[in-house]
Write a protein that binds this ligand. Structure first.
Ligand code: AMP
Length: 267
């Protein structure tokens, strides 16, 4: 289905809710959408030994969050490379002072935008493209309200979807997950049970439960998610772009999500 307006979307959902599944389905249904994953972008920068990658590497290894200014540069240069962020030129460029012109021209537009952000000035130089082909779902960013605020200066998100499945339902799904480690085949005792309990259908070998797939670990992850996402959702509610989509399963959520997209970006 063709989008008629640019969709700039984030999906927010607790671990296990099926954000990845919904993202994939949306990309298939709306081919103009792209998925931009900050984790993937960072890993590419690390692999290519870019200055940003080198700076971010140790934080990523320790499992911490990469600094806000680096994340902003990462996102804005990605959008710029795709041609989705246009610079109208900072005010200095329009003066007749050759000194100002050359000084500005020598600088990376992302740095100019970032300096404006850091100085608390609105970043009028950059503007998000409204072309429907400039449509994306951000994956892994923003992770908290501070990042959401920073992002606003570069690209205004026009839809934030909060994906909701009751805690107990997700927990049951996770606790019922059994894996055949050598092949990666995944079973679920509630909706995709192995033919013989505890055994892989193909090889007959024993299945295991991942150490992370326990109630205790999930509760802790869920709690962490709640704490981080609440202010994020509040941010988007205030902007008037937050929509909640609820369902007991991914199949129940998808059609509702498609409706939201069609109402906002197709009709
Ligand atoms: P992910 O693939 O989303 O789990 O990201 C891998 C790593 O990249 C994370 O553990 C962080 O160190 C870093 N990272 C990804 N997204 C962000 C973000 N929005 N803010 C800060 N760090 C991030």
């Amino acid at each position: 289905m063709q989008l008629r307006r640019a969709a700039r979307v984030i999906l927010v959902g607790a671990p296990g809710v099926g954000k990845g599944t919904q993202s994939e389905r949306l990309l298939r249904r709306f081919p103009q959408l792209a998925s931009i994953s900050t984790g993937d972008l960072l890993r590419t920068n690390v692999k290519n030994r870019t200055p940003l990658g080198i700076k971010a590497e140790s934080t990523m290894k320790s499992g911490g969050l990469v600094a806000d200014d680096l994340m902003l540069r990462l996102i804005s240069s990605e959008l710029r490379n795709r041609g989705w962020l246009q610079n109208h030129g900072p005010p200095e460029v329009m003066t007749l002072s050759s000194e100002a012109i050359s000084a500005s021209e020598m600088r990376n537009p992302d740095d100019i935008a970032f300096d404006a952000f850091a100085a608390g000035r609105p970043m009028s130089p950059a503007q998000a493209s409204e072309d429907p082909t400039a449509s994306f779902i951000l994956d892994g960013y923003p992770r908290n309200a501070a990042q959401a605020n920073s992002l606003e200066g570069i690209v205004p998100i026009n839809l934030a979807v909060s994906l909701k499945t009751p805690f107990e339902v997700v927990l049951e799904r996770i606790a019922g997950r059994w894996v055949h480690e050598p092949s990666g085949r995944v079973y679920n005792t509630t909706f995709n049970a192995p033919k013989v309990p505890g055994r892989d259908d193909i090889t007959g070998e024993p299945l295991i439960q991942r150490p992370d797939d326990t109630e205790e670990v999930y509760r802790a992850r869920f709690q962490k998610f709640q704490e981080a996402s609440e202010p994020l959702l509040e941010h988007y509610a205030k902007k008037g772009v937050l929509v909640e989509v609820e369902g007991m399963s991914s199949d129940e959520i998808s059609p509702k999500l498609y409706d939201v997209f069609e109402q906002r970006f197709v009709m």
